[in-house]
Write a protein that binds this ligand. Structure first.
Ligand code: ATP
Ligand code: MG
Length: 577
Protein backbone atom coordinates (compact mmCIF):
# COMPACT_ATOMS: atom_id res chain seq x y z
CA UNK A 1 0.00 0.00 0.00
CA UNK A 2 1.40 3.39 -0.88
CA UNK A 3 0.96 6.19 1.57
CA UNK A 4 0.07 9.51 0.09
CA UNK A 5 2.17 12.24 1.61
CA UNK A 6 0.87 15.70 2.01
CA UNK A 7 3.63 17.51 0.19
CA UNK A 8 3.60 21.30 0.40
CA UNK A 9 0.48 22.31 -1.38
CA UNK A 10 0.44 24.90 -4.04
CA UNK A 11 -2.27 27.07 -5.39
CA UNK A 12 -1.03 27.36 -8.91
CA UNK A 13 -2.77 24.53 -10.64
CA UNK A 14 -6.33 25.38 -9.78
CA UNK A 15 -5.69 29.04 -10.25
CA UNK A 16 -4.24 28.55 -13.69
CA UNK A 17 -7.37 26.62 -14.50
CA UNK A 18 -9.44 29.53 -13.36
CA UNK A 19 -7.44 32.16 -15.17
CA UNK A 20 -7.77 30.48 -18.52
CA UNK A 21 -11.40 29.63 -18.07
CA UNK A 22 -13.20 32.42 -16.28
CA UNK A 23 -16.26 31.77 -18.41
CA UNK A 24 -15.86 28.05 -19.04
CA UNK A 25 -15.24 25.11 -16.79
CA UNK A 26 -11.81 23.90 -15.75
CA UNK A 27 -10.70 20.55 -17.22
CA UNK A 28 -12.55 17.47 -15.98
CA UNK A 29 -10.64 14.35 -16.97
CA UNK A 30 -13.43 11.97 -15.94
CA UNK A 31 -15.91 13.71 -18.21
CA UNK A 32 -13.44 13.65 -21.10
CA UNK A 33 -12.60 10.00 -20.55
CA UNK A 34 -16.21 8.78 -20.46
CA UNK A 35 -17.11 10.98 -23.40
CA UNK A 36 -14.36 9.27 -25.41
CA UNK A 37 -15.65 5.85 -24.39
CA UNK A 38 -19.13 6.80 -25.55
CA UNK A 39 -17.86 8.15 -28.85
CA UNK A 40 -15.80 5.02 -29.45
CA UNK A 41 -18.81 2.86 -28.65
CA UNK A 42 -17.05 1.37 -25.60
CA UNK A 43 -19.76 2.51 -23.20
CA UNK A 44 -23.53 2.65 -23.36
CA UNK A 45 -25.76 4.52 -20.94
CA UNK A 46 -23.77 6.24 -18.20
CA UNK A 47 -24.80 5.42 -14.65
CA UNK A 48 -22.94 7.00 -11.73
CA UNK A 49 -23.67 7.17 -8.03
CA UNK A 50 -23.01 9.44 -5.08
CA UNK A 51 -22.39 7.14 -2.11
CA UNK A 52 -22.30 8.99 1.24
CA UNK A 53 -22.09 7.19 4.54
CA UNK A 54 -24.87 8.64 6.72
CA UNK A 55 -22.56 9.41 9.64
CA UNK A 56 -22.60 13.20 9.43
CA UNK A 57 -23.61 16.13 7.28
CA UNK A 58 -22.18 16.69 3.82
CA UNK A 59 -19.44 19.28 3.36
CA UNK A 60 -17.86 21.26 0.52
CA UNK A 61 -15.70 18.27 -0.44
CA UNK A 62 -18.83 16.19 -0.93
CA UNK A 63 -20.22 19.02 -3.06
CA UNK A 64 -17.33 18.41 -5.45
CA UNK A 65 -18.19 14.72 -5.64
CA UNK A 66 -21.92 15.45 -6.04
CA UNK A 67 -21.32 17.96 -8.84
CA UNK A 68 -19.02 15.47 -10.53
CA UNK A 69 -21.29 12.41 -10.32
CA UNK A 70 -24.62 14.14 -10.97
CA UNK A 71 -22.95 16.46 -13.49
CA UNK A 72 -21.68 13.51 -15.55
CA UNK A 73 -25.15 12.02 -15.67
CA UNK A 74 -26.60 15.38 -16.74
CA UNK A 75 -23.97 16.12 -19.35
CA UNK A 76 -23.85 12.63 -20.81
CA UNK A 77 -27.56 11.89 -20.68
CA UNK A 78 -27.30 9.20 -18.00
CA UNK A 79 -28.46 8.53 -14.46
CA UNK A 80 -26.95 9.24 -11.08
CA UNK A 81 -28.06 7.26 -8.05
CA UNK A 82 -28.05 8.40 -4.47
CA UNK A 83 -26.89 5.43 -2.45
CA UNK A 84 -26.27 5.45 1.27
CA UNK A 85 -23.25 3.40 2.11
CA UNK A 86 -24.73 2.22 5.37
CA UNK A 87 -22.60 -0.66 6.60
CA UNK A 88 -21.71 0.71 10.02
CA UNK A 89 -24.86 1.02 12.15
CA UNK A 90 -22.93 2.25 15.19
CA UNK A 91 -22.16 5.62 13.58
CA UNK A 92 -25.15 6.15 11.35
CA UNK A 93 -28.48 7.89 11.91
CA UNK A 94 -31.72 8.59 10.13
CA UNK A 95 -31.26 12.31 10.83
CA UNK A 96 -28.12 12.29 8.67
CA UNK A 97 -29.96 10.51 5.87
CA UNK A 98 -32.65 13.20 5.88
CA UNK A 99 -30.09 16.01 5.94
CA UNK A 100 -28.06 14.51 3.09
CA UNK A 101 -31.12 14.12 0.89
CA UNK A 102 -32.11 17.71 1.55
CA UNK A 103 -28.59 18.96 0.74
CA UNK A 104 -28.36 17.10 -2.57
CA UNK A 105 -31.76 18.45 -3.63
CA UNK A 106 -30.89 21.96 -2.51
CA UNK A 107 -27.71 21.82 -4.59
CA UNK A 108 -30.03 21.32 -7.52
CA UNK A 109 -29.67 17.62 -8.32
CA UNK A 110 -32.18 14.84 -8.73
CA UNK A 111 -31.26 11.21 -8.24
CA UNK A 112 -32.61 8.61 -10.60
CA UNK A 113 -35.22 6.32 -9.08
CA UNK A 114 -35.63 5.79 -5.38
CA UNK A 115 -33.06 6.52 -2.72
CA UNK A 116 -30.89 3.42 -2.48
CA UNK A 117 -29.11 1.83 0.44
CA UNK A 118 -26.22 -0.61 0.46
CA UNK A 119 -28.31 -2.36 3.12
CA UNK A 120 -30.87 -3.14 0.39
CA UNK A 121 -28.26 -5.63 -0.82
CA UNK A 122 -27.41 -7.32 2.49
CA UNK A 123 -29.18 -10.55 1.50
CA UNK A 124 -27.37 -10.72 -1.84
CA UNK A 125 -24.04 -9.85 -0.21
CA UNK A 126 -24.52 -12.63 2.31
CA UNK A 127 -25.27 -15.10 -0.47
CA UNK A 128 -22.10 -13.96 -2.23
CA UNK A 129 -20.11 -14.41 0.96
CA UNK A 130 -21.37 -18.00 1.10
CA UNK A 131 -20.39 -18.37 -2.55
CA UNK A 132 -16.81 -17.37 -1.77
CA UNK A 133 -16.74 -19.76 1.21
CA UNK A 134 -17.93 -22.63 -0.96
CA UNK A 135 -15.23 -21.86 -3.48
CA UNK A 136 -12.58 -21.88 -0.76
CA UNK A 137 -12.08 -18.15 -1.20
CA UNK A 138 -13.26 -17.04 2.22
CA UNK A 139 -12.92 -18.34 5.78
CA UNK A 140 -14.02 -17.64 9.30
CA UNK A 141 -11.14 -16.45 11.45
CA UNK A 142 -11.02 -16.62 15.26
CA UNK A 143 -8.01 -14.34 15.68
CA UNK A 144 -8.66 -11.24 17.78
CA UNK A 145 -8.56 -7.81 16.08
CA UNK A 146 -5.07 -7.22 17.56
CA UNK A 147 -3.81 -10.57 16.33
CA UNK A 148 -5.21 -9.94 12.88
CA UNK A 149 -3.31 -6.68 12.75
CA UNK A 150 -0.14 -8.38 13.91
CA UNK A 151 -0.43 -11.27 11.41
CA UNK A 152 -1.07 -8.83 8.59
CA UNK A 153 2.60 -7.80 8.38
CA UNK A 154 3.86 -4.43 7.23
CA UNK A 155 4.82 -2.64 4.05
CA UNK A 156 8.23 -4.29 4.32
CA UNK A 157 7.25 -7.69 5.65
CA UNK A 158 4.72 -10.15 4.29
CA UNK A 159 1.88 -11.28 6.50
CA UNK A 160 1.47 -14.74 8.07
CA UNK A 161 -1.47 -17.05 7.51
CA UNK A 162 -3.96 -17.33 10.34
CA UNK A 163 -4.10 -20.78 11.94
CA UNK A 164 -7.81 -20.84 10.93
CA UNK A 165 -7.11 -20.21 7.25
CA UNK A 166 -7.40 -23.86 6.25
CA UNK A 167 -10.84 -24.55 7.68
CA UNK A 168 -13.03 -26.55 5.33
CA UNK A 169 -15.81 -24.88 3.35
CA UNK A 170 -18.38 -26.91 5.35
CA UNK A 171 -17.06 -25.74 8.68
CA UNK A 172 -16.82 -22.14 7.43
CA UNK A 173 -20.39 -22.20 6.10
CA UNK A 174 -21.65 -23.44 9.42
CA UNK A 175 -19.69 -20.88 11.43
CA UNK A 176 -20.78 -18.05 9.14
CA UNK A 177 -24.40 -19.02 9.56
CA UNK A 178 -23.96 -19.08 13.35
CA UNK A 179 -22.26 -15.68 13.25
CA UNK A 180 -25.30 -14.41 11.42
CA UNK A 181 -27.62 -15.88 14.03
CA UNK A 182 -25.79 -14.04 16.78
CA UNK A 183 -24.22 -17.04 18.47
CA UNK A 184 -20.85 -15.30 18.97
CA UNK A 185 -19.62 -12.15 20.67
CA UNK A 186 -18.47 -9.08 18.72
CA UNK A 187 -14.74 -9.74 18.33
CA UNK A 188 -14.86 -13.51 18.49
CA UNK A 189 -14.94 -14.11 14.76
CA UNK A 190 -14.76 -12.42 11.38
CA UNK A 191 -15.18 -13.61 7.84
CA UNK A 192 -12.13 -12.95 5.67
CA UNK A 193 -11.40 -13.32 1.99
CA UNK A 194 -8.70 -15.88 1.27
CA UNK A 195 -6.46 -14.05 -1.18
CA UNK A 196 -2.75 -13.68 -0.46
CA UNK A 197 -1.08 -12.97 2.89
CA UNK A 198 2.11 -11.97 1.07
CA UNK A 199 0.54 -9.55 -1.40
CA UNK A 200 2.54 -6.31 -1.69
CA UNK A 201 -0.79 -4.45 -1.42
CA UNK A 202 -1.89 -4.94 2.18
CA UNK A 203 -5.55 -4.61 1.16
CA UNK A 204 -5.22 -8.03 -0.48
CA UNK A 205 -3.91 -9.78 2.63
CA UNK A 206 -7.12 -11.59 3.43
CA UNK A 207 -9.32 -8.54 4.01
CA UNK A 208 -12.29 -8.71 6.36
CA UNK A 209 -15.66 -9.26 4.70
CA UNK A 210 -17.96 -9.46 7.73
CA UNK A 211 -17.79 -8.35 11.34
CA UNK A 212 -20.10 -9.31 14.16
CA UNK A 213 -22.05 -6.29 15.45
CA UNK A 214 -24.92 -6.70 17.85
CA UNK A 215 -26.30 -3.36 16.82
CA UNK A 216 -29.64 -2.20 15.50
CA UNK A 217 -29.50 -0.79 12.01
CA UNK A 218 -31.49 2.28 10.92
CA UNK A 219 -32.80 0.44 7.85
CA UNK A 220 -32.72 -3.27 8.69
CA UNK A 221 -33.50 -3.12 12.41
CA UNK A 222 -32.34 -6.21 14.32
CA UNK A 223 -32.29 -8.55 11.36
CA UNK A 224 -28.50 -8.72 11.11
CA UNK A 225 -25.86 -9.56 13.69
CA UNK A 226 -23.10 -9.33 11.11
CA UNK A 227 -22.33 -6.41 8.82
CA UNK A 228 -20.29 -6.39 5.60
CA UNK A 229 -17.18 -4.25 5.30
CA UNK A 230 -17.04 -1.23 3.05
CA UNK A 231 -14.79 -3.07 0.58
CA UNK A 232 -17.05 -6.10 0.35
CA UNK A 233 -20.06 -3.85 -0.21
CA UNK A 234 -19.13 -1.07 -2.52
CA UNK A 235 -18.23 -2.65 -5.85
CA UNK A 236 -20.95 -5.28 -5.60
CA UNK A 237 -23.54 -2.56 -4.90
CA UNK A 238 -22.28 -0.71 -7.98
CA UNK A 239 -22.60 -3.89 -10.03
CA UNK A 240 -26.12 -4.60 -8.76
CA UNK A 241 -27.21 -1.08 -9.74
CA UNK A 242 -25.58 -1.14 -13.15
CA UNK A 243 -23.17 1.61 -12.15
CA UNK A 244 -20.32 1.13 -14.60
CA UNK A 245 -18.27 4.16 -13.59
CA UNK A 246 -17.58 4.17 -9.88
CA UNK A 247 -15.94 7.50 -9.20
CA UNK A 248 -14.20 8.04 -5.91
CA UNK A 249 -11.35 9.94 -4.28
CA UNK A 250 -7.70 8.94 -4.53
CA UNK A 251 -7.48 7.33 -1.10
CA UNK A 252 -9.37 4.40 -2.61
CA UNK A 253 -6.76 3.81 -5.30
CA UNK A 254 -5.06 1.12 -3.21
CA UNK A 255 -8.42 -0.59 -2.74
CA UNK A 256 -9.00 -0.89 -6.47
CA UNK A 257 -7.31 -4.33 -6.83
CA UNK A 258 -9.61 -5.62 -4.12
CA UNK A 259 -12.64 -3.94 -5.72
CA UNK A 260 -11.71 -5.80 -8.91
CA UNK A 261 -10.99 -9.10 -7.12
CA UNK A 262 -14.54 -9.26 -5.79
CA UNK A 263 -16.01 -8.49 -9.20
CA UNK A 264 -13.83 -11.15 -10.81
CA UNK A 265 -14.66 -13.81 -8.20
CA UNK A 266 -18.40 -13.27 -7.87
CA UNK A 267 -21.20 -13.84 -10.40
CA UNK A 268 -21.97 -10.11 -10.70
CA UNK A 269 -24.27 -8.87 -13.48
CA UNK A 270 -21.93 -6.13 -14.76
CA UNK A 271 -18.31 -5.16 -14.14
CA UNK A 272 -17.99 -1.55 -12.96
CA UNK A 273 -14.72 0.32 -13.14
CA UNK A 274 -13.36 2.48 -10.38
CA UNK A 275 -11.94 5.87 -11.37
CA UNK A 276 -10.17 8.01 -8.78
CA UNK A 277 -9.89 11.80 -8.62
CA UNK A 278 -8.18 14.21 -6.22
CA UNK A 279 -10.25 15.30 -3.27
CA UNK A 280 -10.90 18.95 -2.57
CA UNK A 281 -8.84 20.59 0.13
CA UNK A 282 -9.82 24.11 1.07
CA UNK A 283 -7.64 26.38 3.19
CA UNK A 284 -8.80 27.54 6.66
CA UNK A 285 -11.25 24.64 6.55
CA UNK A 286 -11.48 21.07 7.76
CA UNK A 287 -13.25 18.65 5.44
CA UNK A 288 -13.76 15.52 7.46
CA UNK A 289 -17.09 14.52 8.88
CA UNK A 290 -15.36 13.17 11.95
CA UNK A 291 -13.75 16.53 12.72
CA UNK A 292 -16.86 18.49 11.89
CA UNK A 293 -18.81 16.24 14.24
CA UNK A 294 -16.31 17.05 16.95
CA UNK A 295 -16.95 20.79 16.45
CA UNK A 296 -20.66 20.11 16.89
CA UNK A 297 -20.30 17.74 19.85
CA UNK A 298 -17.88 20.05 21.67
CA UNK A 299 -20.24 22.98 21.21
CA UNK A 300 -17.64 24.99 19.28
CA UNK A 301 -20.33 25.78 16.74
CA UNK A 302 -24.07 25.90 17.00
CA UNK A 303 -24.92 22.68 15.18
CA UNK A 304 -24.07 21.17 11.79
CA UNK A 305 -25.61 24.09 9.93
CA UNK A 306 -23.85 26.83 11.84
CA UNK A 307 -22.98 29.42 9.16
CA UNK A 308 -19.27 29.01 9.94
CA UNK A 309 -19.35 25.33 9.04
CA UNK A 310 -18.17 24.17 5.58
CA UNK A 311 -21.19 21.87 5.49
CA UNK A 312 -23.62 22.31 2.64
CA UNK A 313 -26.33 23.26 5.13
CA UNK A 314 -23.95 25.67 6.91
CA UNK A 315 -23.05 27.35 3.63
CA UNK A 316 -26.72 27.56 2.76
CA UNK A 317 -27.46 29.22 6.07
CA UNK A 318 -24.52 31.56 5.52
CA UNK A 319 -26.22 32.77 2.33
CA UNK A 320 -24.21 30.90 -0.31
CA UNK A 321 -26.30 29.98 -3.31
CA UNK A 322 -26.47 26.51 -4.80
CA UNK A 323 -25.56 27.97 -8.21
CA UNK A 324 -22.39 29.53 -6.85
CA UNK A 325 -21.29 26.32 -5.13
CA UNK A 326 -21.81 24.51 -8.44
CA UNK A 327 -19.87 27.22 -10.22
CA UNK A 328 -17.02 26.88 -7.75
CA UNK A 329 -16.91 23.12 -8.36
CA UNK A 330 -16.74 23.86 -12.07
CA UNK A 331 -13.91 26.34 -11.58
CA UNK A 332 -11.73 23.92 -9.62
CA UNK A 333 -12.13 21.15 -12.18
CA UNK A 334 -11.43 17.46 -11.68
CA UNK A 335 -7.96 15.96 -11.96
CA UNK A 336 -5.91 13.11 -10.61
CA UNK A 337 -3.15 15.39 -9.40
CA UNK A 338 -3.17 15.42 -5.64
CA UNK A 339 -1.62 18.09 -3.47
CA UNK A 340 -3.64 21.14 -4.41
CA UNK A 341 -5.05 23.38 -1.75
CA UNK A 342 -7.78 25.67 -2.97
CA UNK A 343 -8.03 29.14 -1.46
CA UNK A 344 -11.26 29.89 0.36
CA UNK A 345 -11.09 33.25 -1.45
CA UNK A 346 -11.92 31.40 -4.66
CA UNK A 347 -15.10 30.02 -3.14
CA UNK A 348 -15.98 33.48 -1.87
CA UNK A 349 -15.33 34.86 -5.34
CA UNK A 350 -17.88 32.47 -6.83
CA UNK A 351 -20.46 33.41 -4.19
CA UNK A 352 -19.81 37.10 -4.57
CA UNK A 353 -20.25 37.16 -8.35
CA UNK A 354 -23.61 35.44 -8.03
CA UNK A 355 -24.79 37.82 -5.30
CA UNK A 356 -23.58 40.87 -7.17
CA UNK A 357 -25.97 39.98 -9.97
CA UNK A 358 -28.83 38.67 -7.91
CA UNK A 359 -28.98 40.12 -4.39
CA UNK A 360 -31.34 42.96 -3.50
CA UNK A 361 -29.75 46.17 -2.33
CA UNK A 362 -30.50 47.79 1.01
CA UNK A 363 -28.93 50.26 3.40
CA UNK A 364 -28.12 49.12 6.89
CA UNK A 365 -26.16 50.87 9.63
CA UNK A 366 -24.21 48.52 11.88
CA UNK A 367 -22.54 51.00 14.23
CA UNK A 368 -25.13 53.74 14.54
CA UNK A 369 -24.32 57.43 15.10
CA UNK A 370 -27.15 59.96 15.18
CA UNK A 371 -27.22 62.79 12.61
CA UNK A 372 -29.68 65.69 12.93
CA UNK A 373 -30.38 67.67 9.75
CA UNK A 374 -30.90 71.01 11.48
CA UNK A 375 -32.30 72.88 8.48
CA UNK A 376 -35.18 70.46 8.04
CA UNK A 377 -38.34 71.17 10.04
CA UNK A 378 -39.54 68.68 12.67
CA UNK A 379 -41.78 66.15 10.98
CA UNK A 380 -40.15 66.61 7.58
CA UNK A 381 -40.50 63.51 5.49
CA UNK A 382 -39.80 62.74 1.86
CA UNK A 383 -39.41 59.41 0.15
CA UNK A 384 -36.88 58.42 -2.49
CA UNK A 385 -37.79 55.58 -4.78
CA UNK A 386 -34.66 53.66 -5.71
CA UNK A 387 -34.06 50.42 -7.61
CA UNK A 388 -34.00 47.09 -5.77
CA UNK A 389 -30.93 46.32 -7.89
CA UNK A 390 -29.05 48.86 -10.01
CA UNK A 391 -29.07 46.69 -13.14
CA UNK A 392 -32.24 44.65 -12.68
CA UNK A 393 -35.61 46.25 -13.44
CA UNK A 394 -37.25 42.96 -12.58
CA UNK A 395 -36.16 43.40 -8.97
CA UNK A 396 -38.48 46.33 -8.42
CA UNK A 397 -37.94 49.45 -6.36
CA UNK A 398 -37.74 50.34 -2.70
CA UNK A 399 -38.93 53.38 -0.78
CA UNK A 400 -36.35 55.22 1.28
CA UNK A 401 -37.72 57.86 3.62
CA UNK A 402 -35.61 60.86 4.62
CA UNK A 403 -36.41 62.54 7.92
CA UNK A 404 -34.74 65.13 10.14
CA UNK A 405 -32.93 62.50 12.22
CA UNK A 406 -30.80 59.80 10.62
CA UNK A 407 -28.44 57.03 11.58
CA UNK A 408 -25.09 56.81 9.86
CA UNK A 409 -22.21 54.45 10.56
CA UNK A 410 -19.87 55.83 13.22
CA UNK A 411 -16.97 54.61 11.05
CA UNK A 412 -18.03 57.08 8.38
CA UNK A 413 -17.20 60.05 10.63
CA UNK A 414 -13.81 61.21 11.85
CA UNK A 415 -13.22 64.22 13.98
CA UNK A 416 -9.58 64.67 12.96
CA UNK A 417 -9.79 63.32 9.47
CA UNK A 418 -6.75 62.91 7.25
CA UNK A 419 -6.91 64.52 3.82
CA UNK A 420 -7.84 61.30 2.06
CA UNK A 421 -10.81 60.56 4.30
CA UNK A 422 -13.66 61.01 1.83
CA UNK A 423 -16.43 60.62 4.32
CA UNK A 424 -17.89 62.92 6.93
CA UNK A 425 -15.75 65.23 9.08
CA UNK A 426 -16.35 68.59 10.80
CA UNK A 427 -17.10 71.29 8.22
CA UNK A 428 -16.85 68.74 5.42
CA UNK A 429 -19.47 67.57 2.95
CA UNK A 430 -20.54 64.09 1.99
CA UNK A 431 -23.34 62.64 -0.10
CA UNK A 432 -26.04 60.53 1.48
CA UNK A 433 -26.32 57.52 -0.80
CA UNK A 434 -29.42 57.83 -3.00
CA UNK A 435 -29.98 61.32 -1.53
CA UNK A 436 -28.62 64.79 -0.84
CA UNK A 437 -25.30 66.30 0.11
CA UNK A 438 -24.97 67.15 3.80
CA UNK A 439 -22.39 69.20 5.71
CA UNK A 440 -21.28 68.58 9.28
CA UNK A 441 -21.63 71.78 11.27
CA UNK A 442 -21.28 70.64 14.86
CA UNK A 443 -20.15 67.61 16.88
CA UNK A 444 -22.05 66.90 20.12
CA UNK A 445 -20.31 64.91 22.87
CA UNK A 446 -21.45 63.51 26.19
CA UNK A 447 -19.78 64.19 29.53
CA UNK A 448 -17.27 61.42 28.92
CA UNK A 449 -16.22 63.03 25.66
CA UNK A 450 -17.89 60.40 23.45
CA UNK A 451 -19.43 61.67 20.24
CA UNK A 452 -23.19 61.17 20.50
CA UNK A 453 -24.60 63.23 17.68
CA UNK A 454 -23.65 65.22 14.60
CA UNK A 455 -25.55 68.34 13.64
CA UNK A 456 -25.54 68.76 9.90
CA UNK A 457 -27.22 70.85 7.23
CA UNK A 458 -28.65 69.38 4.07
CA UNK A 459 -28.45 71.01 0.63
CA UNK A 460 -31.77 70.28 -1.05
CA UNK A 461 -30.44 71.37 -4.41
CA UNK A 462 -28.10 68.38 -4.79
CA UNK A 463 -30.31 65.40 -5.58
CA UNK A 464 -28.50 63.32 -8.22
CA UNK A 465 -25.99 66.10 -8.95
CA UNK A 466 -23.02 67.69 -7.31
CA UNK A 467 -23.44 71.22 -5.95
CA UNK A 468 -22.17 73.97 -8.21
CA UNK A 469 -18.45 74.56 -7.75
CA UNK A 470 -18.05 72.03 -4.92
CA UNK A 471 -16.46 68.63 -5.21
CA UNK A 472 -18.17 66.01 -3.06
CA UNK A 473 -16.37 62.71 -3.44
CA UNK A 474 -17.64 60.66 -0.54
CA UNK A 475 -20.91 58.76 -0.36
CA UNK A 476 -22.17 57.21 2.85
CA UNK A 477 -25.11 54.98 3.64
CA UNK A 478 -27.75 55.99 6.17
CA UNK A 479 -31.25 55.27 7.40
CA UNK A 480 -34.04 57.42 8.75
CA UNK A 481 -34.01 57.16 12.54
CA UNK A 482 -37.77 57.33 12.63
CA UNK A 483 -38.38 54.58 10.09
CA UNK A 484 -35.38 52.33 10.62
CA UNK A 485 -35.95 48.74 11.68
CA UNK A 486 -33.71 47.21 14.37
CA UNK A 487 -31.62 44.35 13.06
CA UNK A 488 -29.28 41.78 14.53
CA UNK A 489 -26.29 41.09 12.32
CA UNK A 490 -24.02 38.08 12.77
CA UNK A 491 -20.56 38.63 11.34
CA UNK A 492 -18.20 35.77 10.61
CA UNK A 493 -14.52 35.18 10.17
CA UNK A 494 -12.78 31.91 9.28
CA UNK A 495 -13.29 29.26 11.92
CA UNK A 496 -9.53 28.62 11.99
CA UNK A 497 -6.53 30.90 12.16
CA UNK A 498 -4.25 28.42 10.39
CA UNK A 499 -4.51 27.83 6.66
CA UNK A 500 -4.13 24.08 7.24
CA UNK A 501 -5.65 23.47 10.67
CA UNK A 502 -5.11 19.71 10.53
CA UNK A 503 -1.68 19.67 8.90
CA UNK A 504 0.32 18.80 11.98
CA UNK A 505 -0.84 15.42 13.24
CA UNK A 506 0.67 16.08 16.68
CA UNK A 507 -1.34 19.22 17.30
CA UNK A 508 -5.05 19.13 17.99
CA UNK A 509 -6.75 21.04 15.16
CA UNK A 510 -9.02 22.64 17.78
CA UNK A 511 -6.02 24.63 18.99
CA UNK A 512 -6.19 26.66 15.81
CA UNK A 513 -9.75 27.85 16.38
CA UNK A 514 -10.33 31.54 15.75
CA UNK A 515 -11.84 33.02 18.94
CA UNK A 516 -13.39 35.82 16.85
CA UNK A 517 -15.14 33.67 14.29
CA UNK A 518 -18.52 35.06 15.36
CA UNK A 519 -19.48 38.56 16.47
CA UNK A 520 -22.98 39.88 16.82
CA UNK A 521 -23.92 43.52 16.36
CA UNK A 522 -27.20 45.39 16.63
CA UNK A 523 -27.91 47.97 14.00
CA UNK A 524 -30.62 49.69 11.99
CA UNK A 525 -31.85 48.81 8.55
CA UNK A 526 -33.92 50.66 5.97
CA UNK A 527 -37.65 49.94 6.14
CA UNK A 528 -37.62 47.66 3.08
CA UNK A 529 -35.95 45.06 5.31
CA UNK A 530 -39.00 44.92 7.57
CA UNK A 531 -40.50 41.90 5.88
CA UNK A 532 -37.28 40.14 4.92
CA UNK A 533 -38.24 36.52 4.40
CA UNK A 534 -35.83 33.85 5.61
CA UNK A 535 -33.06 33.21 3.07
CA UNK A 536 -33.56 36.51 1.20
CA UNK A 537 -30.15 37.77 0.15
CA UNK A 538 -29.06 41.40 0.25
CA UNK A 539 -26.16 43.60 -0.48
CA UNK A 540 -26.04 46.03 2.40
CA UNK A 541 -24.60 48.89 0.41
CA UNK A 542 -20.95 49.63 1.12
CA UNK A 543 -20.78 46.80 3.70
CA UNK A 544 -21.15 43.36 2.18
CA UNK A 545 -23.56 40.58 1.32
CA UNK A 546 -26.00 39.30 3.91
CA UNK A 547 -28.82 36.81 4.16
CA UNK A 548 -31.91 36.73 6.34
CA UNK A 549 -31.29 33.80 8.67
CA UNK A 550 -33.16 30.67 7.69
CA UNK A 551 -34.23 29.85 11.22
CA UNK A 552 -34.11 33.03 13.28
CA UNK A 553 -35.36 35.74 10.91
CA UNK A 554 -38.98 35.06 11.83
CA UNK A 555 -41.82 36.44 13.96
CA UNK A 556 -40.75 40.04 13.49
CA UNK A 557 -37.12 39.44 14.51
CA UNK A 558 -34.72 40.63 11.81
CA UNK A 559 -31.58 38.53 11.90
CA UNK A 560 -28.98 38.63 9.13
CA UNK A 561 -25.84 36.60 8.54
CA UNK A 562 -22.89 38.09 6.76
CA UNK A 563 -22.22 35.98 3.69
CA UNK A 564 -19.13 37.62 2.14
CA UNK A 565 -17.47 40.99 2.00
CA UNK A 566 -17.70 43.25 -1.03
CA UNK A 567 -13.98 43.27 -1.71
CA UNK A 568 -12.66 40.45 -3.85
CA UNK A 569 -9.09 40.09 -2.69
CA UNK A 570 -8.78 36.79 -4.50
CA UNK A 571 -9.71 38.09 -7.96
CA UNK A 572 -7.41 41.07 -7.44
CA UNK A 573 -4.51 38.78 -6.61
CA UNK A 574 -5.24 36.71 -9.74
CA UNK A 575 -5.04 39.78 -11.96
CA UNK A 576 -1.77 40.90 -10.43
CA UNK A 577 -0.13 37.47 -10.34
P1 ATP B 1 -15.27 12.26 5.43
O1 ATP B 1 -13.82 11.90 5.53
O2 ATP B 1 -15.56 13.70 5.49
O3 ATP B 1 -16.13 11.46 6.35
P2 ATP B 1 -15.86 10.39 3.48
O4 ATP B 1 -15.11 10.19 2.22
O5 ATP B 1 -15.64 9.41 4.56
O6 ATP B 1 -15.64 11.85 3.95
P3 ATP B 1 -18.34 9.56 2.44
O7 ATP B 1 -19.69 9.80 2.98
O8 ATP B 1 -17.81 8.18 2.44
O9 ATP B 1 -17.39 10.50 3.25
O10 ATP B 1 -18.17 10.25 1.01
C1 ATP B 1 -19.08 10.18 -0.05
C2 ATP B 1 -18.34 10.54 -1.30
O11 ATP B 1 -17.80 11.85 -1.22
C3 ATP B 1 -17.16 9.61 -1.54
O12 ATP B 1 -17.20 9.16 -2.88
C4 ATP B 1 -15.96 10.46 -1.26
O13 ATP B 1 -14.89 10.08 -2.08
C5 ATP B 1 -16.46 11.86 -1.62
N1 ATP B 1 -15.70 12.89 -0.87
C6 ATP B 1 -15.53 12.99 0.46
N2 ATP B 1 -14.73 14.02 0.78
C7 ATP B 1 -14.37 14.60 -0.40
C8 ATP B 1 -13.53 15.72 -0.75
N3 ATP B 1 -12.92 16.45 0.18
N4 ATP B 1 -13.40 16.03 -2.06
C9 ATP B 1 -14.04 15.31 -2.99
N5 ATP B 1 -14.83 14.25 -2.74
C10 ATP B 1 -15.00 13.88 -1.45
MG1 MG C 1 -15.81 7.59 4.75
Amino acid sequence: MTTRNTTPRNHTEVQRNFMSTETQSAPNFVLNQIREELEAGRADKVVTRFPPEPNGFLHIGHAKSICLNFGLAQQLGGDCHLRFDDTNPAKEEQAYIDAIKEDVEWLGFEWAGKVRFASDYFDQLYAWAQHLVREGKAYVDDLSPDEIREYRGTLKEPGRPSPYRERSPEENLDLLERMKKGEFGESEKVLRARIDMAAPNINLRDPILYRIRHASHHQTGDKWKIYPSYDFTHGQSDALEGVKHSICTLEFEDHRPLYEWFLANLPVPVTPRQIEFARLNLDYTVTSKRKLKLLVDEGVVDGWDDPRMPTISGMRRRGYTAASIRKFCDMIGVSRADGGMVEIGMLHHAIRSDLEDNALRAMCVLNPLKVVLTNLPEGHEEVFEVPGHPARDDMGTRQIPLTRELWIDADDFMEDAPKKFFRLAPEKEVRLRNGYVIRCDEVIKDEAGEIVELRCSVDLDTLGKNPEGRKVKGVIHWVSAEHAVPVEVRQYENLFLEAEPDRDKDVDFLEHLNPNSLSIVKGFGEPSLRNAAPETRYQFERIGYFVADRHDCVDGALVFNRTVSLKDGWAKAQKKG
